[in-house]
Design a protein around this ligand. Structure first.
Ligand SMILES: *[C@@H]1O[C@H](CO)[C@@H](O)[C@H](O)[C@H]1NC(C)=O
Ligand SMILES: *[C@@H]1O[C@H](CO)[C@@H](O)[C@H](O)[C@H]1NC(C)=O
Ligand SMILES: *[C@@H]1O[C@H](CO)[C@@H](O)[C@H](O)[C@H]1NC(C)=O
Length: 228
């Protein structure tokens, strides 16, 4: 299995990151920075929008470095054959206030990142291995979908429902770049059936038998919603 990311792919990712940060001057979903950097102090008890800055004299190159993408995640026997590895502000504190983050996605054959929304970021999705069907749905219910091959990029506008499905029959790897340090995610099945929305609301909404609603609630109430 090609676990390593190759040189050309790394260049592509870096170009992507630069483009995203430059366009961020006008389009950033997050606040613009007021200084060169504000490395997150993840231990501070002070609540601000984002994280307070670590003492600049204690900032090291490591604060701007993430090495967790070197190897493929283990997708064996995961629920949907999909494992996200995030480099958000929590994993990469140097991202604090920069309106930027990145995530590696590993897919087993037929692996699926099911319908979900990022409330705080647009997404730039780059396939570095395999063949992935992607799509998003607009606010007037139009589906824009595409089959991506290695090297292809697809844009998912902020806040729209989208999915990614590995249809290539082999392992697939992609990177998602977000114009937020913490894009947030709402997975539709967890949001609707795992959050405690009353049965009566769901029954009326979906026009379904209570038994089916209960079945859906049972399936998704215990699944742990992820941060990404
Ligand atoms: C991947 O996960 C499976 C199932 O949990 C486990 O059996 C296997 O040893 C893991 N493989 C590696 C390389 O860690
Ligand atoms: C994966 O799941 C299947 C079916 O539940 C099981 O038979 C198999 O032993 C599991 N493999 C690993 C490596 O956990
Ligand atoms: C919905 O949006 C699509 C894509 O922008 C457009 O082609 C279509 O005409 C719109 N439909 C309606 C009913 O507005």
């Amino acid at each position: 299995m090609a676990a390593m990311v190759h040189g050309a792919q790394i260049v592509a990712i870096i170009v992507t990151l630069f483009l995203t940060s430059f366009s961020g001057c006008t389009l950033a979903a997050d606040e613009d920075p007021l200084q060169d950097f504000c490395v997150a102090d993840l231990t501070s008890q002070i609540n601000v929008n984002g994280f307070v800055c670590k003492d600049p004299s204690a900032v090291k190159a490591d604060d701007f470095t993430f090495t967790g993408f070197r190897n493929a995640a283990n997708v064996t026997n995961t629920t949907n054959g999909f494992v996200p590895t995030p480099a958000f502000v929590q994993q990469l504190p140097g991202l604090n206030t920069l309106g930027l983050s990145i995530l590696r996605s590993d897919f087993a054959p037929d692996g699926l990142n099911g319908p979900h929304v990022h409330p705080r970021a647009s997404e730039l999705f780059l396939v570095v291995q395999g063949k992935i069907e992607v799509g998003f749905v607009t606010s007037n219910n139009t589906l824009f979908s595409q089959t991506l091959e290695q090297g292809d990029v697809f844009i998912i506008p902020r806040g729209l429902v989208h999915f990614q499905h590995n249809i290539g029959g082999t392992a697939a790897v992609a990177f998602a770049v977000f114009n937020s340090q913490n894009s947030g995610v709402e997975r539709l099945q967890n949001t609707l059936f795992g959050s405690g929305i009353p049965d009566a609301v769901l029954q009326k909404t979906f026009q379904l038998d209570v038994a089916i609603i209960d079945q859906l609630k049972k399936a998704f109430s215990t699944s742990t919603p992820s941060n990404y």
